[in-house]
Write a protein that binds this ligand. Structure first.
Ligand code: IPD
Ligand code: CA
Ligand code: CA
Length: 273
């Protein structure tokens, strides 16, 4: 697994370096949906990462955000968000990163999240703990919920569908210390792992948003589930991650306005007509 971790680290650093160098230059922006952007840097980073992984592991499957790659039913599948936080990146707001995970026989075994502007590399191998720049990570010990700092995000279809997380956001604002919306799910999860956030929830996410980050949280001693508190799958779009101590309280809040959409009807920000 450590050979694969090295590959993921090299790829994440290379893509992160490109993001840092190009952040404040002019971007070629396209729309994947009404408000879902993609830049030339998202695409170039995916090409770079996939190229590095393919060169080292030609038989592995790839699931990445910007392109479809033919799946061979391989036991090993890389799950890649080449640039998480594209809206921030496109606006020159320096909060985004790279997320790379490796799933083996349906289980995420390693995860890397790189935050280039802070030069922070978050890594985890299943069963071996989580680290930032080589230092062990642990979730916070803060509780109860009213003393906690949370994060969330909102889906790209938020202006034309009801299941947009707004009610949950208000409910948590009323019972936590504060709720942030920074704009990069992978970093939100890495920050829960680092104890800088106490909890995080979101809905309508894709496997590449959460695969690496959820392993970081679990390996840092936290709890990751769906919104009902049941075991999490990266193919469910409803994630709830916390330091564990406030998990039950967060599940109770999410129960008030459950997001019931099945995973296979989630759109990537394309307005349904
Ligand atoms: C998005 C970010 C954002 C989250 C969105 C994601 P992208 O990923 O992680 O924080 O709220 O739901 O889609 O599109 O920037 O890779
Ligand atoms: Ca993403
Ligand atoms: Ca992305």
């Amino acid at each position: 697994m450590h050979d694969y971790l090295d590959i993921a680290i090299r790829a994440a650093r290379a893509a992160g370096q490109m993001q840092k160098e190009r952040l404040w230059s002019e971007h070629d922006i396209e729309f994947k949906g009404e408000i879902n952007l993609v830049t030339e840097v998202d695409k170039a980073c995916e090409e770079l990462i996939v190229g590095m992984i393919r060169a080292a592991c030609p038989d592995h499957d790839i699931l990445a955000e910007e392109n479809d790659y033919a799946a061979n039913g391989a036991a090993c599948k890389w799950i890649i968000d080449p640039l998480d936080g594209t809206t921030n990146f496109a606006h020159g707001f320096p909060w985004f990163g790279v997320s790379i995970a490796l799933e083996v026989d349906g289980v995420v075994r390693l995860g890397v999240v790189y935050h280039p502007m802070m030069d922070e590399l978050f890594t985890a191998v299943k069963g071996e703990g989580a680290f930032v720049n080589g230092r062990p990570l642990h979730v916070s010990v803060r509780q109860p919920l009213k003393n906690c700092l949370l994060a969330t995000g909102f889906p790209y279809d938020r202006t034309w569908v009801n299941e947009n997380n707004f009610d949950n956001f208000m409910n948590f604002q009323m019972c936590a210390r504060a709720v942030r919306r920074a704009g990069a799910a992978a970093l939100d999860l890495a920050y829960v792992a680092a104890g800088r956030l106490d909890g995080y929830w979101e809905c309508k996410l894709k496997p590449w948003d959460v695969a690496a980050g959820q392993l970081l949280v679990a390996e840092a001693g936290g709890t990751v589930s769906n919104h009902a508190g049941d075991p999490f799958s990266v193919y469910d779009h409803r994630v709830l991650a916390s330091n564990g101590l406030i998990h039950a309280e967060m599940v109770e809040v999410l129960k008030k306005v459950p997001c019931r959409l099945p995973a296979d009807v989630i759109e990537m920000g394309h307005k349904k007509t």
